[in-house]
Design a protein around this ligand. Structure first.
Ligand code: PHB
Length: 388
């Protein structure tokens, strides 16, 4: 006769088997998306959520013969909340993939859960280079700051900018932007006069802008996370830095399409480098922007495109695995190539990192609106943060 312990084990095994079969046979698979829908980074959540809804409407919400249910959770930009929500989505909802992640600390807090539960995790927004190294289950459809910052560091010294001050937000992506911009700028013969930082929360730019005025560089290089650009631009203008002949160069996070149109004349002429502009002149992007604006009454920014491509990546993976998750889904997403609204992208199979074109753009007024107009491109840029 079997003892009680063996009986319990057999019961547990049977239950697991039944649950597994139910999941395999179910005609619905779930994807868990965690975003800052409230708090200081709410614009990132709003953009990505809208892009995912657009994809769901366009695709009919089916992949691999299954209905895909997207569960969106709000972490308000708080890392402990992101981690708890990820745990709940994996354990209770049995999601086949986790996605979203509006800020670097939120992605890093979730990485151990992806690893332990073998759940693929698609980073749609956060952009510190090291994120994809935090778990073998992480793939990225946003960008990295080294990718974005090197473009403007190449352009500036060839265009009369020899002395700069740099200004970044004091956390992961800011460290990357400062490091990769200044290294490349110095390599190209430039001088970095000062490296300034502002805090992630509650940044007031007045004190640092006064320092920049006093230093009188040819240009100020800036990285700030999406959502802070308009406030910065306003203070840059109010302090008269543009009138004092100090040029502004940046990563495209600062001239973010979410806010650009409200920034006014002070933004005109700002040269910056990034992977996506709503003005990108391809047929695929024109359709994306038109469909997005028809559904939302606001312009998509680079966060929206990270979300749109991220959900498409998950759908394509599910098409291959016929709806299965875990390592099969991870492997099915590696090496994908497709045409994004930003241009062609590749998810490098080895690094799970995005390879994409980086554009040099200038803010111009066209048909009464402000846009980042692309005038040069670096093709198929791999993350410089992984090349050492
Ligand atoms: C990040 O926290 O990784 C982040 C957020 C917003 C950006 C770029 C990077 O625009």
């Amino acid at each position: 006769m079997i003892n009680r312990r063996q009986h319990l084990l057999a019961l547990a095994a049977a239950t697991t088997l039944a649950a597994g079969t139910a999941q395999a046979q179910s005609d619905t698979v779930k994807v868990g998306v965690i975003l800052p829908m409230t708090g200081p980074s709410a614009s990132t959540g709003r953009q990505i959520d809208a892009a995912i809804k657009l994809w769901m409407a366009q695709s009919g919400g089916k992949a691999g013969g299954k209905k895909v249910e997207v569960i969106v959770k709000d972490d308000a930009g708080v890392a402990d909340t992101t981690r708890r929500l990820a745990q709940e989505l994996v354990v209770n909802d049995k999601v086949v993939a986790l996605a979203g992640f509006g800020l670097t600390p939120l992605a890093l807090a979730t990485a151990p859960i992806a690893t332990q539960s073998k759940t693929p995790m698609v980073v749609m927004a956060a952009a510190t280079s090291a994120i994809t190294e935090a778990s073998p289950f992480i793939l990225r459809t946003s960008f990295t700051l080294p990718q974005a910052a090197v473009g403007i560091a190449e352009w500036a010294p060839k265009n009369g900018i020899k002395k700069v001050v740099s200004l970044v937000t004091d956390y992961g992506p800011g460290n990357d932007a400062e490091k990769y911009f200044t290294e490349r700028f110095i390599l190209n013969g430039g001088t970095v006069m000062e490296k300034l930082r502002t805090p992630l929360r509650g940044a007031d730019f007045a004190p640092v802008l006064q320092k920049v005025r006093d230093a009188k560089p040819d240009a100020l290089f800036v990285f700030l996370p999406s959502g802070q650009g308009a406030q910065f631009m306003k203070q840059f203008g109010e302090r008269g830095l543009d009138k004092a002949g100090i040029r502004l160069i940046a990563t495209g996070d600062v001239t973010d399409d979410d806010q650009l149109n409200d920034m006014g004349d002070v933004a005109l002429g700002v040269v910056n480098s990034h992977h996506y502009s709503a003005a990108h002149p391809s047929a695929a992007n024109k359709k994306f922007v038109a469909d997005f604006q028809a559904a939302n009454k606001f312009r998509p920014n680079f966060m929206a495109v990270g979300g749109y491509d991220g959900i498409r990546l998950i759908f394509r993976g599910l098409d291959t695995t016929k709806g299965a998750g875990g390592e099969a889904l991870l492997n099915a997403m590696k090496g994908q190539i497709f045409e994004s609204p930003r241009g062609q992208i590749l998810i490098d199979a080895q690094s799970r990192e995005i390879v994409q074109d980086i554009y040099i753009r200038k803010v111009e007024r066209k048909d009464g609106q402000l846009w980042n107009i692309e005038f040069d491109v670096q093709k198929a840029v791999k993350d410089p943060g992984k090349l050492k």
